[in-house]
Design a protein around this ligand. Structure first.
Ligand SMILES: [Zn+2]
Length: 153
């Protein structure tokens, strides 16, 4: 199982790492919201980030930092919503689902089809699915929910 005990914000902009390198290192920790250990309600965590932004305590650079891999997925393999981006309000956010688990790549598998999810659900291994909202315009991103499939459940 991936560990997300480290706070992701501490590691996001440490250096000028190449995009290719970033893509290679994509982990659940790259998803904003996974670092709030113990926060079950991701909507609440999301609200807190948005509030901090509106109060000026977080900059656009802080909150609009979607991992390049996430942005690619948001453009190519996402589900659109009618929910406007809470930061730029220019576009609606897209939902991207990543599955992490045994026999899946360490960087997760981006789920693009319902049939893929159904297949994972029938599997013996439990798989954690992370649903992330991403704004294609400004790169705002936040974990929306986590659910588990498979494992005989
Ligand atoms: Zn936006």
């Amino acid at each position: 199982m991936p560990s997300w005990s480290d706070h992701p914000r501490g590691r996001t902009r440490t250096a000028e790492v190449s995009l290719a390198c970033l893509a290679m290192s994509f982990r659940p920790e790259a998803i904003k919201g996974t670092g709030e250990t113990g926060v079950i309600d991701y909507r609440l965590a999301r609200q807190q980030v948005i509030q901090q932004f509106r109060k000026g305590r977080l900059s656009r650079l802080d909150v609009c930092d979607a991992h390049p891999e996430l942005r690619r997925a948001a453009a190519a393999a996402s589900q659109s919503t009618d929910e406007p981006c809470p930061i730029c309000e220019d576009e609606n956010v897209n939902l991207v689902t990543y599955a992490f688990g045994p026999r899946l790549p360490a960087h997760g598998r981006c789920i693009t089809k319902a049939s893929e999810l159904a297949k994972l659900s029938r599997g013996r291994a439990q798989v954690a699915c992370y649903v992330v909202e991403v704004c294609p315009a400004c790169a705002w991103n936040h974990l929306t929910r986590v659910f588990h499939v498979g494992g005989g459940s």
